[in-house]
Design a protein around this ligand. Sequence first.
Ligand SMILES: [Zn+2]
Length: 429
Amino acid sequence: MFWNRAMETIRPDELADLQLKRLKWTIHQAQNVGLYRRKFKEAGISPDDIRTLDDVEKLPFTSKKELQAGYPFGLFAVPMREIVRVHTTSGTTGKPTVVGYTRQDLENWSELIARNMTMIGLGEDDIFQNAVNYGLFTGGLGFHYGAEKIGATVVPSATGNTRRQIEMIEDFGVTAIHCTPSYALHLAEVAESMGKTLDTLKIGIFGAEPWSESMRAELERRLGVKAFDSYGLSEMYGPGVAFECPEHNGLHLWHDCYLAEIIDPKTGERLAPGERGELVITPLVKEALPLVRYRTGDVTRLMDDECTCGRGQKIARLTGRSDDMLVIRGINVFPSQIEHVLRALPEVGEQFMVYIDRVNHLDEMTIEVEMSKAGFSGELQDLTRMQKKIANELHNTLGLRTAVRLVEPGSLPRFEGKAKRVIDRRGIL
Ligand SMILES: [Zn+2]
């Protein structure tokens, strides 16, 4: 099902024309912002230099820091009287970033959410519980207005009071829920403790935090839903930048509104198609806060698989933040890739540690892997076989040979906050 079939399945040549037209418009819109007038001047570039889509590479990047420096309204490209709403980022460090919306921006945003929801089969017959933080966080109001647009019955439950949330799902016959994956797990736990099976629930939309395929399997099993991954960021309106279709193989990026590039986060060079790196987005229809080549810090790759649903450009599920990237013998490695490989192996336990050393001028990566209680037989031949299997799996995914050291269940350090799983000893020892 399509909300806007013409745009969602637009022909590649027509799309390229539209993107170029909108890119030029965005550059002109950005000229209303002091930061961009200065940056374009420094780069010796004028909007007229943009003649093809590839010319976007001539433009300077925009960083999160620059957005923060414009606090609160310094990067708005329209007068305040045209701004009808502001949100702030849910940012983890430093000052918040304020994002603004014109009436048209809000219209564009709810259109994109409407596309997401229609794509996974939601419509007027659905009762949609929006169990995310309302208010300054973009996830709440973003989905709220998109869901109303498609005619679903919206239950703006927000977060908290989990038992009440579960009663509402049951009493109202809620068919779809939107929340963070971690809150969904909590909901499942509480529902189980209340002896509720939540039979009406069919669809779960999960976003705002990265989550793995094993988490998907768990959520689908415990909540009885089909789980869909939602990607967005406040700087690009909020949720609605890319979204999974029923194929569950990558997220469709709304190509008429966002121009995506993948760069090496260390060098800023654009990477070859299919390579994994930092996602850079130039939004193409944003009026209040136009951005040029915004560095999202999120890591993914552009997929070139044709999707059976008929829509265009997909990105792979997000695998972490570019700040976490390691360069080992010239190969970009993300700890999340290692985690992904290990989590898929039943013999592997909860924890792992990565050590990087430089031996005879060569980078060596050693991964200490805690075995699961079930997988730990203590038999030497089993351990050797296991070690080889893990090393092979890692080699297939990372394209890099690693040393694997197995350790007993429960022997690696536990972390209460953010886990520190990587110890880079190059240059120290
Ligand atoms: Zn698809």
